[in-house]
Design a protein around this ligand. Structure first.
Ligand code: SR1
Ligand code: MG
Length: 402
């Protein structure tokens, strides 16, 4: 079949032509229950239930789903498939299984995660269990270590650069929406609450913040440390009790490790700003993420010796110093990208549903102002951070006020 955006009936026909997938579903095609459940910004998503099994089908559209006037190449599905295949050996069980990729239809067929729910919805509905962030910390450590120059010969890293450097359409979204638009007047930025206009004017006219944002742009584009998920927010994670899965790797690219960390933590933090009584819960998740990430990464570094970076053996004290410096630079990147994500989710094109939890317009304004102020502080202070506690201290004024 050549590319056509799917409907439930077209998908039923397509699935009926693919034996292995039809067998997973069981029964006959007319008995399959197919529901469109698209709710992200970009793609079509269908859930299919059969007699004996179920599937999830995700297809690229030739435009942004929520903004049909914004054209978007279809190849993002290919990069998502590649990302899933590349990291699967390192993150055992923390992603859905990919069953099939159709390069003509730009269609992924994968494990249907039920009764899992999207972490952002679970947080909003107050159903997220404690401790999920330790698992995300492990996921990030395993995926970035496995695809780094430290754990594998440089030829493999070069191959990853080749395989993912073409993901320019989605990287362009990140460059514009996260790293640029909030800091300049731009038609894509939605009209802000009037009370936020002064804060935004300041962000768009402060040379000191522009210097720091410029440096983060440069790090994002030049520090090809590992294969990143590239859009690791609470909408890119599904869970059911302790079964946590990372989904939606279509923004994958080689980049600075702190980018995945910063995006994830900023989205958690916004939830605490919107729902102040959950501040302690969120603060514990933020700490759990970092401690899990850092300890798993150290453990993996201890085991690895196959990379062309760090290939020479060192006395233990020098090796520890090398790891400390590595984690330290990840922490600084994490803080900077955390600040950028806080700001773009608050005043940029793709905002987050967590703010709808604020009980009054006044409460929402306070939450948004705190996000902008904290983002501003983090972007400027990131380079001066030496410990995770110092990072937490920059968030502390908000946590204390909540
Ligand atoms: C036009 S896409 C907007 C946002 O949605 C995705 O989930 C990414 O976060 C992107 O920045
Ligand atoms: Mg997504």
């Amino acid at each position: 079949m050549s590319y056509i955006p799917l409907t439930p009936d077209l998908l039923r026909h397509w699935l009926s032509q693919h034996n292995a997938l039809s067998q997973i579903l069981g029964g006959t095609p007319p008995t399959w229950r197919i529901r469109e459940v698209s709710n992200g910004n970009l793609n079509l998503v269908f859930l299919v239930d059969g007699l004996t099994g179920k599937l999830c089908c995700k297809q690229s559209l030739p435009h942004v789903r929520v903004a049909p006037e914004w054209p978007m190449p279809l190849e993002r599905a290919l990069y998502e498939a590649r990302y899933m295949q590349t990291i699967a050996p390192y993150v055992q069980g923390l992603t859905p299984q990919l069953f099939y990729y159709d390069s003509d239809m730009f269609l992924l067929v994968m494990e249907n995660l039920t009764p899992h729910e999207v972490l952002r919805s679970a947080l909003i509905g107050d159903r997220a269990p404690e401790g999920f962030s330790s698992i995300i910390g492990r996921y990030v450590a395993q995926s970035v270590h496995g695809t780094s120059w430290i754990s594998q010969p440089f030829e493999k890293g070069s191959q990853l650069l080749t395989e993912f450097s073409g993901n320019t359409a989605l990287t362009r979204i990140t460059v514009d929406l996260i790293l640029t638009d909030p800091y300049r007047p731009c038609d894509r930025n939605p009209k802000p609450l009037p009370e936020l206009e002064a804060d935004i004017h300041f962000l768009q006219n402060d040379p000191a913040i522009h210097v720091s944002v410029n440096k983060l742009q440069h790090r994002f584009l030049t520090q090809k440390q590992s294969l990143l998920h590239g859009d690791l927010h609470t909408g890119s994670i599904m869970l059911h009790h302790s079964d946590v899965r990372v989904i939606d790797g279509e923004f994958a690219l080689m980049g600075p490790i702190g980018f995945d960390c910063g995006l994830y933590l900023a989205n958690l933090f916004i939830h605490a700003l919107a729902v102040p009584h959950k501040a302690h819960f969120i603060q514990a998740e933020i700490s759990a993420f970092w401690h899990s990430f850092a300890s798993h990464l150290r453990e993996l570094l201890k085991q690895s010796s196959r990379g062309d970076a760090w290939s020479l053996s060192l006395p233990s004290i020098d090796r520890q110093k090398l790891w400390d410096e590595f984690l330290h630079s990840i922490l600084q990147d994490m803080a900077g990208f955390f600040g950028l994500e806080l700001i773009r989710r608050t005043i940029g094109f793709a905002q987050v549903a967590d703010y709808t939890l604020c009980p009054t317009p006044k409460a929402e304004l306070v939450a948004r102002k705190q996000a902008v102020l904290t983002g501003h502080t983090l972007i400027k202070q990131a380079k001066h951070l030496h410990t995770f506690d110092a990072f937490l201290n920059l968030l502390a004024p908000c946590f204390k006020a909540l």
